[in-house]
Design a protein around this ligand. Structure first.
Ligand SMILES: Cc1cc2nc3c(=O)[nH]c(=O)nc-3n(C[C@H](O)[C@H](O)[C@H](O)COP(=O)(O)OP(=O)(O)OC[C@H]3O[C@@H](n4cnc5c(N)ncnc54)[C@H](O)[C@@H]3O)c2cc1C
Length: 272
């Protein structure tokens, strides 16, 4: 386990905080990860939780984690601040096959907290912009209040080399309408994208309930199964395929995933 120092805590929403962690000097240069991988984070006096890395491996010397407060361990973490020390094991999981994305258009489809692992991939492709074709970010949340990385995404929306499309379940407040004119669910956003499905790799991370609908829409639009990659998060304890908590069929989400393509040899029944 590596000790890491919390160097920044940013409140992203009433429920989410982003933690920036700096490594001990010994590990600062050697640490690397792939977009879509996660760490096992030890919260002092509470225990370990799996958390996706939301920073890109193109930015070195630190990692960023975005955490929603849902229970005891994430609650204790939310009360930590700059200068506190946590533990990190990992990185774990396979991550997105970024080599496969090269020279292709890249479509990222994020729902809610699914934006966290996809932010790592987003900055990876933006920092190596010349290696990729068109980049599309499709991001849906319930309300503007729950949008993560608001300022960053507003700045990205004005860039010409990335197409940002946002959707909210319901447009209720003035803030909601200023964020996006589009009301509905994430799969609806796919209709707004004009891209050659054969030349586009898609990365999806969202609430479990959304996957079936997103996948159905992508297949209707003609995206090949081998171009669609889903990050499937399941409850897991050890992160190393030992405890079996995240087992689906003969696959372990922690070890074989969390990223799976839609190809039959990759997915097992019951995964979606
Ligand atoms: C690969 C992976 C990556 C993850 N990445 C992130 C991340 O980037 N940010 C983040 O905030 N969380 C992430 N999670 C979920 C996070 O690990 C859990 O929210 C955390 O372990 C809850 O611990 P707790 O003690 O605070 O809550 P607990 O007391 O353990 O649980 C509180 C509530 O949350 C539910 N819950 C716990 N774990 C999960 C889970 N994995 N999926 C759905 N519901 C759950 C429980 O059923 C319960 O209702 C990830 C999980 C996995 C498996």
């Amino acid at each position: 386990m590596i000790r890491a120092l919390i160097t920044d805590v940013e409140v992203l929403s009433p429920f989410h905080k982003r933690f920036t962690l700096a490594f001990e000097p010994l590990y600062a240069d050697s640490w690397s990860h792939r977009p879509g991988q996660f760490v096992m984070l030890t919260v002092p006096m509470a225990g370990e939780v799996p958390i996706s890395i939301c920073s890109s491996p193109t930015r070195r010397g630190f990692v960023e984690l975005t955490v929603r407060e849902v229970g005891r361990k994430t609650g204790v973490l939310h009360r930590l601040s700059e200068g506190d020390v946590v533990g990190i094991r990992g990185p774990f999981g396979n991550g997105f096959p970024v080599e496969r994305f090269k020279s292709m258009n890249v479509m990222l489809i994020a729902g809610g907290l699914g934006m966290a692992p996809l932010r790592s991939l987003l900055w990876y492709v933006l920092d190596r912009r010349e290696l990729f074709g068109e980049i599309y970010l499709l991001y849906g949340t319930k309300s503007y209040q729950q949008v993560l990385y608001k300022d960053e995404l507003k700045r990205l929306s004005s860039r010409k080399d990335v197409h940002c499309l946002f959707i909210l379940d319901k447009l209720e407040t003035q803030e909601d309408r200023e964020w996006t004119p589009v009301e509905g669910l994430i799969p609806d956003l796919i209709d707004y994208v004009e891209t050659d499905p054969e030349r586009t790799c898609v990365a999806v991370c969202g609430p479990p309930v959304a996957y079936r609908f997103i996948v159905k829409k992508l297949l209707q639009r003609g995206f090949p199964k081998g171009n669609i990659f889903l990050s499937l998060e399941r409850r897991m304890e050890c992160g190393q395929g030992r405890c079996g908590n995240c087992q689906i069929g003969y696959k372990f989400t922690c070890k074989d995933g969390p990223v799976f393509s839609l190809l039959e040899e990759d997915l097992v029944p019951g995964m979606l």
